[in-house]
Design a protein around this ligand. Structure first.
Ligand code: TPP
Ligand code: MG
Length: 673
């Protein structure tokens, strides 16, 4: 590349883009770690996007109708930090840039959504950003259909690298976006032909242009260092009814000795080479120094959207007060007042009717009450709608011809679904939930983990939650998945025992503001165990005494979900033999752990023997409740799974694996001996 020619052709653009490049070089050198090349290669694209197109107001980074910018290639975090600092974002100061990658800095190694407004999503695991972006674009469409173009009308822009496009999740994301014709989604591909191990073609020869076209995208190919071409491409992309991929041919680590090599991907810290690059840029300034005229040009870009934001606020004030309140409530993540009374009424009815129902079917009934009350729910399933029971009658299907639809047929794309749901939650104003079989947690897991890390309340509806699903066999029978989800920080795993607990779990999931929920639901029918109506949400305590000992208390049975009724059966048998037995239903270990110690001790007093019953592995939290919080307070045993399941009718499997009331009675007696 002839840098002098580039500089001379457009000196103002060059100075702005060079500020990004040099801040990146300086910050990475100061941290002695990081990724220099990507921000250096994509600085021109980012500069044109921010200068001419991105509708944002740097001083108000959470304005709801802003355009969203997502750096899917999260390793290039200095690109977004530079942009936020230069445009005047209140959180990313020069000190933050100087403290890149240091403890307590907002400028973490990879962008973290919860550290600074303006960072829309956490990226770093390649492919997540582009898949989140599909959710952002869906959220925009759904909200626009509901509130009108006057108050919702924005674009979602993404920068994705070769790595993002090589990850499997990108295939799920882009084919879904193409089918749904998300025309306001615009992806820039950083086509630099470099990854860590070498050139891309060492591992991949995909024709990305053809791949996107085949998936119903509009595609534009440009020189990623030509400001006029970048501008023209964005103008064209914005007009397209289809999502657009702009292939930006670029040079990683532009102007550095490591340009166009995989060495350029990482930390370029050599001082002499750094200075040589600055010299090649015609940048005679010190470390972290941005000349005042360049900084003020960037700040003008940051202030450019202030008028648009003010105009938006005026338009917003014109919609009905009811709509304004609904919009603000949904953005705040608050539930309507009606929700808890509706849940209470449902619980009362269920306790009276005492249906025998699979919790997945119970969940559908709860959603039937919830969805008409919460206009912000967007449901879906990865091609298991009838099995996950996620669709209710009032939700139309979201399609290009029906943007009012609030149900998404995600297709067989569990990872893409989970990641898109995260995008919707991050966008704001939408409460997404989506279903698959619990065994396919594995396929959705990277996004489930990120929901927890990002502190967003995505709800994962995981049905067919044990060997109780029966004949489909061990591939479909989760045994370790509860443990995996419970081991994940900031995740509430609910395993309701009946429809009452299912309603309570939903109420908690829908009220959560910063914790995702996993609902573990059965395929098989379960009796109602909560036969006495309690207005209070008992699931909120995580565990509670469902039935206390009648004879002198000698045993405590702790069970979750489908095994609570087994515990009740065992209790009846034990009481008949004079062994007083308490049954504790434990629908959410995390919420129980969050109760004060006095409550935990009241539910699980020392003394009696304890048996845990759950058709899953013991790992992932059980020992704390079985052995006691100090690990030696109770004689205890666990009835559950220690191998994969098998293919047979559910009843046979429970017998075969010894998860029965009889086995529980035997265990209690052994412990009492
Ligand atoms: C899921 C995942 N796998 C691996 C990595 C480690 N990693 C970070 S960047 C990178 C290479 C990415 O190549 P590309 O997107 O082309 O970025 P460039 O080298 O062009 O900056 C890899 C493998 C990661 N961050 N996420
Ligand atoms: Mg690359």
């Amino acid at each position: 590349m002839d840098l002098t020619a580039l500089r001379k052709a457009n000196p103002e653009h060059w100075a702005k883009a060079t500020a990004i490049r040099t801040l990146t070089l300086d910050a990475v050198a100061a941290a002695n770690s990081g990724h220099s090349g990507m921000p250096m290669g994509m600085a021109d694209v980012a500069t044109v996007l921010f200068e001419k197109h991105l509708n944002f107001d740097a001083a108000n980074p959470t304005w709801p109708d802003r355009d969203r910018f997502i750096l899917s290639a999260g390793h290039g975090s200095m690109l977004i930090y530079s942009l936020l600092y230069l445009t005047g974002n209140p959180h990313i100061t020069l000190d933050e840039i100087r403290n890149f990658r240091q403890l307590g800095a907002k400028t973490a190694g990879h962008p973290e959504n919860f550290l600074a407004d303006g960072i829309e999503t956490t990226t770093g695991p390649l492919g997540q950003g582009i898949a989140n972006a599909v959710g952002f674009a869906i959220a925009e469409e759904v909200q626009r259909a509901h509130y009108g173009k006057k108050v919702v009308d924005h674009y979602t822009y993404v920068i994705a690298g070769d790595g993002c496009l090589m990850e499997g999740v990108s295939q799920e994301a882009l084919t879904l976006a193409g089918r749904l014709e998300l025309g306001k989604l615009i992806v820039f591909w950083d086509d630099n032909n470099i990854t860590i191990d070498g050139t891309v073609d060492m591992a991949d020869r995909t024709d990305q242009v053809e791949r996107f076209r085949a998936s119903n995208w509009h595609v534009i190919e440009i020189d990623g260092h030509d400001p006029a071409a970048i501008d023209a491409a964005i103008i064209e992309a914005k007009k397209s009814d289809l999502p657009t991929m702009i292939a930006c041919e670029s040079h990683i680590a532009l102007g550095h000795a490591a340009q166009d090599t995989s060495k350029g991907h990482g930390a370029l810290t050599d001082q002499a080479q750094l200075e040589a690059a600055k010299e090649a840029y015609g940048w005679p300034h010190g470390a972290f120094e941005v000349p005042a005229d360049v900084k003020s040009a960037w700040e003008a870009i940051g202030a450019r959207g202030a008028d648009a934001r003010a105009a938006w606020e005026e338009r917003f004030a014109q919609i009905s007060e009811r709509k304004q309140a609904e919009f603000n409530r949904a953005y705040a993540g608050d539930t309507p007042k009606k929700l808890s009374s509706a849940i209470r009424a449902l619980k009362k009815q269920v306790s009276e009717d005492q249906p025998k129902l699979a919790t997945r079917a119970a969940s559908e009934k709860v959603l039937g009450v919830v969805n008409p009350i919460l206009s912000e729910t967007v449901g879906g399933s990865a091609d298991l709608t009838g099995s996950n029971n996620t669709k209710t009658a009032d939700l139309g299907v979201f399609l290009p011809e029906n943007r009012k639809g609030r149900y998404i047929h995600y297709g067989i794309r569990e990872h893409g679904m989970a990641s898109a749901m995260n995008g919707m939650a991050l966008h704001g104003g939408i409460r997404p939930y989506g279903g698959t079989f619990m065994a396919f947690t594995d396929y959705a897991r990277p996004a489930m983990r990120l929901a927890a890390l990002m502190k967003i309340p995505t709800t994962f509806v995981m049905t067919h939650d044990s060997i109780g699903l029966g004949e489909d066999g061990p591939t479909h029978q989760p045994v370790e998945h509860l443990a995996i989800s419970r081991a994940t920080p900031n995740t509430n795993v609910f395993r309701p025992a009946d429809m009452v607990e299912t309603a309570e779990a939903w109420e908690l999931a829908l009220s959560s503001k910063d914790t995702p929920s996993v609902l573990s639901l059965t395929r098989q029918g379960l009796p109602t165990v909560r036969t006495e109506h309690k207005a209070k949400n008992l699931t909120a305590q995580g565990a509670y005494v469902l039935a206390d000992a009648e004879a002198k208390r000698q045993a405590i049975l702790i069970a979750t979900g489908s095994e609570v009724s087994i515990a009740m059966e065992a209790k009846a048998k034990l009481e008949a033999e004079g062994i007083g037995t308490r049954v504790v239903s434990m629908p959410c270990m995390e919420l129980f752990a969050a109760q004060d110690e006095a409550y935990r001790k009241r539910v699980l007093p020392g003394g009696p023997v304890r048996v845990g019953i759950e058709a899953a592995v013991r790992a992932g939290g059980w020992d704390r409740w079985l052995l006691g919080e100090r690990g030696r307070e109770a004689k205890a045993a666990f009835i559950g799974m220690s191998s994969f399941g098998a293919s047979a009718p559910a009843g046979h499997l429970y017998e075969h694996f010894g998860i029965t009331a009889e086995a529980t009675v035997t265990k209690v007696k052994e412990l009492l001996d």
